[in-house]
Write a protein that binds this ligand. Structure first.
Ligand code: NZQ
Ligand code: ZN
Length: 410
């Protein structure tokens, strides 16, 4: 028994029963989310009043100019009397040189608010810009190659989400590619959370089907990466997670059948946010080994993130399922509805992974590294040797494990 705080009764910290319990946690999410059709025109004018005059309007390759979002937002900014500096051309899988370009501009123009209009790539690039614009050192070295402490106040960031999947709109995560070093890596700094995020499902209607599908698979991947980690005992996070996984599978099928199904599209938006706004991670170790492998495939091939995950998840899980058997059994029954009658635990676990692989084929995502642009086996090995290793996975992978996973994904 240990006495905590003077005079208080002891807490029995050492006598907790059960196997692996929920990890201790502190939960905070500082992003204010506005969700629903019409939310941008309804709320952005008022929200803008909280910020200074100089706004950086940041976006990607121009989809917002074709679907009317650019026009709607620039009119709101004009009506609010803002001086707008545009920063465009943020590419998918944003690179560090683009971060530096944006930071230089933000400094020069003394930007008061960065308004990121786009998907994960625009959001992530802008989070890094918000830090780099006020930091004197090299943010790549100090915040991405290693975990740093954000002791400066980043430029305030607001987000208008236009494509769903990464969940970047409600976390401090930013995945950046250093194109010279061929390293793609992400960190989640709560100080980089956007101050507000506007999530209008109608804004996602113009997203091409392939991106809609790969983005939603990214959300499912986030859920699985959290679910397949300790603790295994019944816990709130896993229970919510199963409901979200079933929901994404259901809603993605519905959205493929009818892209104008507002219920399905709006569920996909919020499920994606929920998967990465830290709620599901509470008390969990989390894995993300599949992401770590995919990021390196992306660093070498610039492949679509969700497509890379679709290729790697089934072979990764076939490689490690024995190390987390009870959870893979639960996945098969509770997520895919597989009847356990007459099946051993191992058969059931494999049936769940097969159901996932079948779903990936059904929704039309790639299943081989070759389709992602890894065109020879030697390159697959080279990429495998650059992957980071996750401390939270059911099995601490070795280089040889990753090579084997890549070989079976080739
Ligand atoms: O660039 P534009 O022309 O806007 O086109 C984009 C891009 O080609 C298009 N698009 C976006 N909104 C659209 C639209 N097209 C038509 N209508 C719209 N409304 O969609 C394409 C993909 O955009 P992108 O932002 O690259 O996709 P996504 O949201 O999947 O972001 C991917 C990046 O996020 C990282 C990934 O690694 C990748 O770099 N991630 C970030 C995470 C985080 N911060 O928490 C977690 C994730 O696991 C992920 O790693
Ligand atoms: Zn992801």
């Amino acid at each position: 028994n240990r006495t905590v705080n003077k005079g208080q009764k002891a807490l029995h910290l050492c006598n907790v029963k059960g196997g692996t319990n929920m990890e201790n946690f502190i939960f905070e999410n500082s992003t204010k989310a506005y969700f629903g059709k019409g939310c941008v025109s309804q709320y952005l004018p008022d929200v803008l009043k909280q910020y200074g005059e100089n706004v950086m309007l940041a976006y990607g390759g121009g989809s917002i100019k074709r679907n009317g979002i650019y026009e709607e937002i620039t009119e709101i900014l004009k009506a609010a009397g803002k001086t707008v500096t545009e920063f465009s051309g943020i590419m998918s899988n944003p690179v560090y040189t683009k971060v530096l370009e944006g930071a230089k501009l933000a400094k020069e123009k003394q930007i008061d608010l960065i308004l990121a209009v786009g998907g994960g790539s625009v959001m992530d690039c802008c989070k890094a810009i918000s830090l780099a614009a006020v930091y004197d050192g090299d943010v790549w070295d100090d915040f991405w190659m290693k975990a740093g402490t954000v002791s400066v106040s980043p430029v305030p960031l607001g987000i208008v989400m236009t494509v769903t999947g990464t969940g970047s709109e409600m976390n401090g995560g930013a995945v950046i590619t250093n194109e010279i070093m061929k390293i793609k890596t992400g960190r989640d700094y709560p100080a980089l959370n956007a101050q507000f995020a506007l999530l209008d499902p109608l804004y996602t209607y113009s997203v091409p089907k392939k991106q809609m599908v790969s983005g939603s698979f990214d959300s499912l991947s986030h859920m699985m990466e959290i679910y397949f980690s300790l603790p295994n005992e019944d816990n709130v996070s896993d229970d919510i997670n199963e409901a979200l996984m079933r929901g994404v599978i259901r809603d993605l099928r519905k959205a493929i059948a009818d892209p104008d199904d507002y219920t399905a599209r709006s569920n996909l938006v919020w499920a994606s946010t929920m998967a990465e706004n830290r709620v599901l991670k509470l008390g969990k170790k989390t894995d993300f080994e599949c992401h770590l492998m995919e990021h390196q495939v992306g660093a070498y091939t610039d492949c679509n993130h969700g497509c890379g995950l679709a290729v790697l998840h089934p072979p990764y899980y076939r490689h490690i399922y024995k190390d987390g058997l009870p959870k893979f059994v639960r996945f098969a029954t509770n997520v895919w509805g597989i009847d356990p009658t007459g099946k051993t635990d191992e058969e059931l676990a494999l049936a769940g992974i097969d159901a996932l692989a079948d779903f990936i084929k059904e929704i039309g995502l790639p299943t081989t590294l070759w389709e992602l642009g890894v065109t020879d086996k030697q390159q697959a090995e080279e990429i495998a040797d650059t992957c980071f290793l996750s401390p939270g996975s059911y099995r601490r992978l070795t280089r040889e494990d990753i090579r084997e996973i890549f070989a079976s994904a080739y």
